[in-house]
Design a protein around this ligand. Sequence first.
Ligand code: ATP
Ligand SMILES: Nc1ccn([C@H]2C[C@H](O)[C@@H](COP(=O)(O)O)O2)c(=O)n1
Ligand code: MG
Length: 236
Amino acid sequence: MYRRRLTSLPLFFSHFHQVKRADQLKIYQAFSTEIINPVESESSSTRNSPYVAFVLGGPGSGKGTQCLKIAETFGFEHIGAGDLLRKEMYSSTEEGAMIQKLMREGSIAPSEVTVKLIQKAIESAENRKFLIDGFPRSEENRTAYERIIGAEPNFVLFFDCPEEVMVKRVLNRNEGRVDDNEHTVKERLKVYKAVTLPVVNHYAKKGKLYKIDGTGTQEEIFERVRPIFSSLSSLV
Ligand SMILES: Nc1ncnc2c1ncn2[C@@H]1O[C@H](COP(=O)(O)OP(=O)(O)OP(=O)(O)O)[C@@H](O)[C@H]1O
Ligand SMILES: Nc1ccn([C@H]2C[C@H](O)[C@@H](COP(=O)(O)O)O2)c(=O)n1
Ligand SMILES: [Mg+2]
């Protein structure tokens, strides 16, 4: 069954041409989407475990916006790690107060807290296909997920966007977020470069990373994302 389903893949990948980078990683490039060593794994839904895509990118790179479109078009459940933490933040607990402080500083919450919230969201959903948006933000997040959930993601989407574009989007967001201000966005960018980009590189080396050009209109970006999910619909 697995082999038969994979026969559609060469068709999909024929839209991409292979190029070699200086570091010898193979990259399949189509328009602005790079698939670094694409790996197709057996359909998780057939094994009854969740099918998971992590969604990464800097603050304002468009993760949440694109996740909404993917969820609507391809039937994935969208779990925003930041959204879960924000919900927790508004609970009048000690943990809520701690999260609020971290968010204002642009820091990352303790991995155990975030992973437990994600675990609860996965377990309470009827859907078995998930987009986990804004996670893992650090190597510690990543290893905590592997330890607590006992699995790796099926693949990772990464929205690559210039810093000035991200800052402009964040400062125009106007959703009342405690971290949407010039000071916090600068801190978040520092954390992103120092702590999140190594996680992106980890998945690139493992052949699990789809790198998407995050510039242009929301629609243009979604057209770069669409083929990835279209090619999956026969697998998951
Ligand atoms: N392609 C785009 N062009 C212009 N504005 C965009 C685009 N994509 C998203 N936006 C807007 O930019 C802001 C940030 O987008 P979004 O919330 O999706 O980013 P994010 O990556 O989830 O950021 P964060 O990590 O801070 O949650 C939002 O106001 C959104 O409407
Ligand atoms: N894995 C995560 C995800 C998010 N946070 C905190 C820190 C972020 O600045 C904030 C907002 O997240 P976003 O909505 O931008 O994904 O939430 C975290 O600590 N750990
Ligand atoms: Mg977001």
